[in-house]
Structures are given as C-alpha cells and as structure tokens.
Write a protein that binds this ligand. Structure first.
Ligand SMILES: [Zn+2]
Length: 197
C-alpha cells in the first residue's frame, strides 16, 4: 500500500463519520454514507423486471458466488447488494463498494461469456486491498476500536457494537495494533497494582 495511505484512511473515516453524525465508537450504517455520496443502493428483489427465478438464483441458489455489484452510468452509481447474505456481510460489501468510489477507482467493463456468465473484465489486486482497508477504517475506526476495546475486548461484544462480523473485528484488532496496545495496557495496570501492594 502507498506510503501514508493507512493514516489517510483513518482521517477519511473520521471526516465521513463526522459528516453523518456518527461517533468513532458507534456503528456506521454504510447506507448513510451512500446517501451522502449520492450513491443508490438496491437489492435484486427491488429491481424491476427481474424474474422470480433470477432473484432466487442470485439470492438463494448462488448466493455465495457474489456479494455486491456497482453499476456506473451517466455519472450516477448504483450498488446492488446480495440480500441473501447476512446483515454483517452486506454492511461489509457496501462499505467496500463505497470505498472504491471514495478512492476514485476505475470501474471495469463487465464481460458476458457465450454461455451467459457475467465476468469482471479484470481484477486489480492493489485496488481491492485499498478498498478493503478503507472499508475496515470506515466501519471500525482505530480510535473507536481502542476506546471501546478498553471497556471490553470481547470479539462478540465488539462485533455487535460496530455492527460487523467477528472476523472483521479480529482483523482490525490485529492489523491496527490495537490488540497489542490493549495487552500492553493490561500488563501495565497489573504491574502498577502489584507495586501498590
Ligand atoms: Zn472490490
């Protein structure tokens, strides 16, 4: 990742959270952010003209094969979320798609194969990594995670608190160094109470 990118992401998260009136220690519903960015959000069942079979294919039979799609047309953007996936996954997927938009990433041309399969034109690993990182900062900012983590570092509690999956919490705790910092603080507290005795 580019130099300074991670610090920029934390600052960007703070700014967007402030704009929608959400504190660093509170959950951010990415739909609020979508509204702020002028991005429309929908699900397959809300798309006019899509057959019941197609909806069932997308949200039930094949629900593990995709998470979200962003469609750009005439300066407008629409994110279609897979409503067949869990709430936490949808939150993550929407934050990821919005992160691509905030980062001004290029969109790929979709490719339709002869068999009727829809593919991405290309896959840019660097862009995906950046979008994942920014999405994590938006949903679980480092300062908020540290403040809430001081009260309880229980993953289940933190996941509920930020409205994300436990995997996301574990990833953020590890990657931001918050988990190390919390352990150090606990050790110092223990040492201080021992010396008092
Ligand atoms: Zn992506």
């Amino acid at each position: 990742m580019r130099r300074g990118f991670k610090a920029w992401c934390e600052r960007t998260s703070q700014e967007y959270r402030r704009s929608v009136g959400v504190r660093p220690t509170d959950p951010l519903d990415p739909r609020q952010l979508a509204k702020l960015l002028g991005v429309l959000v929908t699900t397959p069942e809300a798309i006019p003209g899509l057959s019941r079979e197609a909806v069932s294919q997308l949200t039930s039979i094949d629900r593990e094969s995709w998470s979200a799609v962003t469609i750009a047309h005439g300066g407008k953007r629409l994110v279609v979320l897979n409503s067949g996936q869990s709430r936490a996954r949808q939150t993550n997927s929407l934050a990821h798609e919005l992160a691509h938009i905030v980062l001004n990433h290029t969109t790929d041309e979709a490719v339709l194969s002869d068999e009727g399969f829809l593919f991405r034109g290309s896959y840019d690993a660097a862009q995906e990594e950046e979008a994942d990182w920014l999405a994590g900062c938006l949903l679980v900012p480092r300062d908020g995670l540290l403040a809430v983590g001081r009260r309880s570092a229980d993953h289940r509690y933190l996941a509920k608190r930020f409205g994300v999956s436990r995997d996301m919490i574990a990833w953020r705790l590890r990657m931001t160094g918050v988990s190390r910092q919390l352990r150090r603080e606990t050790r110092m507290r223990v040492a201080a109470s021992v010396s008092e005795v």
